[in-house]
Design a protein around this ligand. Structure first.
Ligand code: SAH
Length: 273
C-alpha cells in the first residue's frame, strides 16, 4: 500500500527515525514505573494522530499496554487498517472525542507525536480530564515544550506553564531535529512527559484560578492591577483589599509561581464576599 500523502492542514509530519519513535513510545511508562502492572492488568493508552503508525507499532508490541488510537485523516486510517488490523482505531477528531464514552471510568494515558497546530487545545482537553490522565507524553513543537516546562521569570512562562504545572510534573526529555520527519517541519521538536502530581484539588476555586491565569497573561507586560480589573469590577464596591493582594496587583504575571497564582486567586475570591 502507498504511503500516506502528507497534508499540511492536518499538521502531518511523519516521523521517520525508528529510534526516536521507540523512545517516544517508552515515555508512557516511566512516570509511573512503580505502578506498572506485574500481572494481567494493563495500562490503557490513547494515541492521538498515529498517522502511518510509527509510534503505534511499538505501543502495540508492549504487552502491558491496551492501546486505542484516534486519527482524523481518512487516508491514514485506511493505511493503519491495512498494516495494523489488530489496532483499536477510531476515525475522528480528538478534540471532539467524548472521552467519557470511550473510557466510562478509570485512568488512561495519552501519547502522540501530536499535530502541532492543535497541541495547546489537546493539552487544555487533557486538563479537563486531569484526574483520569496520570501521564501525558509525546512530541510537540520545541517552543511549546519550552513554554510548558518554563519556570517563572522566563519569557516562555505563560498560561500553559501555570495551568499544566499546577497539576502535572513536567519533564523536558529531549530535542528532535527537523530532518527526521517527512516532510521536515519548519520548527524543531521536543519530547516531553507530564506526570500527574499529588495536588488533587487546588486550595482555591479552580475555575476562577483558570480565569485569573488566562486574564493575567492576556496582557503579560502589564501589572496585574490593570489586566485583572475586570475580575473585580462587578464586585467593585465590595472589594476589601488586603496588603498582600495590593502587592500581587503591582506584579506582572510572569513573575508569579503556581503557588502564588493559587494564593492570588484565593485573595480575589475572598474579596468578593
Ligand atoms: N504520529 C505520526 C503522525 C504525526 S503527524 C508520526 O509520528 O509519524 C500528526 C497526526 O495527527 C497526523 O496523522 C494527522 O492526521 C493527525 N491529526 C491531526 N489533527 C487531528 C485531530 N484533531 N484528531 C486526531 N488526529 C489528528
Amino acid at each position: 500500500m502507498q504511503q500516506v500523502h502528507a497534508k499540511k492542514f492536518l499538521g502531518q509530519h511523519f516521523l521517520t527515525d525508528l529510534n526516536v519513535a521507540q523512545k517516544i513510545a517508552e515515555t508512557t511508562y516511566k512516570g509511573q514505573s512503580d505502578q506498572v502492572p506485574s500481572t494481567n492488568e494493563k495500562v490503557r493508552v490513547l494515541e492521538i494522530g498515529p498517522g502511518m503508525g510509527v509510534l503505534t507499532q511499538y505501543l502495540l508490541k508492549n504487552p502491558n499496554i491496551e492501546l486505542t488510537a484516534i486519527e482524523i485523516d481518512r487516508e491514514s486510517v485506511a493505511y493503519l487498517k491495512e498494516w495494523y488490523p489488530e489496532l483499536k482505531l477510531i476515525e475522528g477528531d480528538f478534540l471532539k472525542l467524548d472521552l467519557n464514552t470511550l473510557y466510562p471510568e478509570g485512568e488512561f494515558n495519552v501519547i502522540g507525536n501530536y499535530p502541532y497546530n492543535i497541541s495547546s487545545q489537546i493539552f487544555f482537553k487533557v486538563l479537563d480530564y486531569k484526574d483520569r490522565i496520570p501521564v501525558c507524553s509525546g512530541m510537540i513543537q520545541k517552543e511549546v515544550a519550552e513554554r510548558i516546562a518554563s519556570k517563572p521569570g522566563k519569557k516562555a512562562y505563560g498560561i500553559l506553564s501555570v495551568l499544566l504545572q499546577a497539576y502535572y510534573d513536567i519533564e523536558y526529555l529531549f530535542t528532535v531535529d527537523e530532518y527526521v520527519f517527512n516532510p521536515p517541519p519548519k520548527v524543531k521538536s521536543a519530547v516531553i512527559r507530564m506526570t500527574r502530581n499529588k495536588r488533587r484539588r487546588l486550595e482555591c476555586d479552580e475555575a476562577l484560578f483558570k480565569t485569573v491565569v488566562k486574564t493575567a497573561f492576556n496582557q503579560r507586560r502589564k501589572q496585574m492591577r490593570n489586566s485583572l480589573r475586570s475580575l473585580f469590577e462587578s464586585q467593585k464596591s465590595k472589594v476589601e483589599s488586603s496588603e498582600r493582594l495590593e502587592w500581587f496587583l503591582t506584579r506582572r504575571p510572569e513573575q508569579l509561581s503556581v503557588e502564588e497564582f493559587i494564593e492570588l486567586t484565593t485573595l480575589i475570591e475572598n474579596s468578593h464576599v
